[in-house]
Design a protein around this ligand. Structure first.
Ligand code: TRP
Length: 452
């Protein structure tokens, strides 16, 4: 069995596992608070443009590299060109995804703790009490670390079972449940009195909030949400079958991911509006604001409030798990293939490194607020470093690689499955990958750095 490559077993498995990677806390936690802080619908419009113009072509590039090379991220970039420096893009991806796994697990750990606490009825009382609960929990010196590392262990248990038996099976089970829970909560939230204000906030653009910073944040959010720029999709694509229509898969996954982000907004903002909570509460929105919202909104039916609360945190845990699995898999595939380790050993390396990052990040927003880097808590620093810097960089380099360095024939044959499916969009794709994507990403990037 040693080093025998896994693969996904069915078309549905491919779409669900990859969508499982894309759909995560990025959609349900990060997207709503980003939209809330950056003007609601106006942010969403830019976000959609980023997904369509930069996200889908970027995703296709990773698919092309991954499926053609059929190997882990670093070797994939190496195999497709004669210049060995491209391997560095693969290394960058592996590093980025391990850092993301570290800080992402902190929030995922909070979700796990909140699932437990809402299930056992601990999060009750007035607004002050709910806030105090969050502050007490997150600043505890041990609890957030244990829940975060526990979440990484949970991920470990799935990843160690391999591509088909672990990742694909978990995604096929978790994704439909997630969608169902989401729809139930959206309906409940939109039926509350006064909910329409929240819907309006999400759907009516207020362009006065559009600053140049919003562009970078929308771009970072789009890449983060699609799991782009870390070779994560490249690794997953190496498990795709040769018959997969890459263009179709990319479109389906981007659509599903965007739909779920908007649904998450429709779950959160109407409920918040209904009880008069402001939309720009920031990262603590789902931990401080929402438990209140559930209680107040359903004060006439406390049981419904309880059930919705538990369902909500279960949803977050499921969404986070299918994503952490994908971040873990990038490094695991790399170590098992490049160092000829068994999968059981390779998983431990990533689990160990990510757990250390996770522990420091968890402390930096809790018990040890002096763990700071460049004026941010370690956690915020990792978040911004990856989403606003490493992901766009990784993605831009991948576009340049596929657009200019990989032989055109290789790209074409992957795009069209050896000329068996329509190649009409191929020239358009190549145009985007060569010019539009790198230039747009570079412009936003350098503008943010103050260079232009
Ligand atoms: N896309 C996931 C989310 O929205 C997060 C994620 C999973 C990710 N794998 C990634 C982000 C790789 C960047 C890179 O929550």
């Amino acid at each position: 069995m040693r080093n025998e490559r896994g693969s996904f077993g069915s078309r549905l498995g491919i779409v669900l596992a990859t969508a499982g990677s894309a759909v995560g806390l990025g959609n349900v936690w990060r997207f709503p608070y980003m939209a809330g802080e950056n003007g609601g619908a106006a942010f969403i419009l830019i976000y959609l443009a980023c997904i369509l113009m930069l996200g889908i072509p970027g995703m296709l590039c990773e698919f092309v590299v991954g499926r053609h090379a059929q190997s882990n991220a670093a070797r994939a970039y190496d195999r497709l060109s004669r210049n060995h420096s491209w391997k560095l893009v693969g290394y960058l991806g592996i590093l980025t995804s391990t850092i993301i796994l570290g800080f992402y697990a902190v929030v995922a750990g909070w979700c796990l703790q909140y699932l437990y606490a809402s299930f056992s009825g601990h999060i009750t009382g007035d607004a002050e009490a709910v806030k105090a609960y969050f502050v007490a929990f997150s600043s505890h010196p041990l609890k957030p670390v244990l829940w975060g590392v526990g979440f990484i262990m949970l991920t470990h248990l799935v990843v160690v079972r391999g591509v088909r038996g672990g990742i694909e099976r978990a995604s096929k089970l978790l994704m439909p449940v997630l969608l169902l829970l989401l729809v139930v909560i959206v309906v409940a939230s939109c039926m509350l009195p006064g909910a329409i204000e929240g819907v309006r906030f999400l759907l009516m653009p207020d362009f006065s909030k559009l600053t140049s910073k919003v562009w970078l944040e929308a771009l970072g959010q789009a890449f983060f949400s699609l799991s782009l720029g870390t070779a994560c999709l490249c690794t997953y694509a190496s498990y795709f079958s040769k018959a997969t229509n890459l263009m179709q898969a990319a479109a389906q996954i981007a659509l599903l991911d965007t739909l779920i982000a908007i649904l998450a907004g429709l779950m959160i903002f109407p409920a918040a509006a209904s009880v008069g909570v402001s939309a720009d509460a920031g990262p603590s929105l789902i931990f401080i604001t929402l438990p209140n919202v559930f209680q107040q909104a359903f004060s006439a039916m406390p049981v419904a409030g309880y059930v919705i609360g538990v369902m909500f945190y279960a949803l977050l845990v499921f969404a986070a798990l299918t994503s952490t699995i994908s971040m873990h898999e990038i490094g695991t595939a790399f170590f098992s293939e490049e160092f000829r380790l068994t999968r059981d050993k390779a998983v431990w390396i990533i689990t160990g490194v990510a757990s250390v990052i996770c522990a420091f990040c968890a402390l930096s927003v809790g018990a040890n607020t002096d763990l700071m880097l460049m004026g941010h808590s370690l956690m915020d620093f990792c978040d911004h470093l990856t989403a606003d810097f490493m992901l766009p960089l990784g993605s831009m380099l991948t576009c340049l690689f596929v657009g200019w360095y990989v032989p055109r024939q290789v790209v074409r044959s992957e795009f069209t499955n050896n000329d068996t499916i329509g190649g009409a969009l191929f020239s358009l794709f190549l145009f985007f990958v060569r010019y539009v994507c790198p230039v747009c990403i570079a412009l936003i990037f350098f503008h943010q750095l103050g260079v232009i």
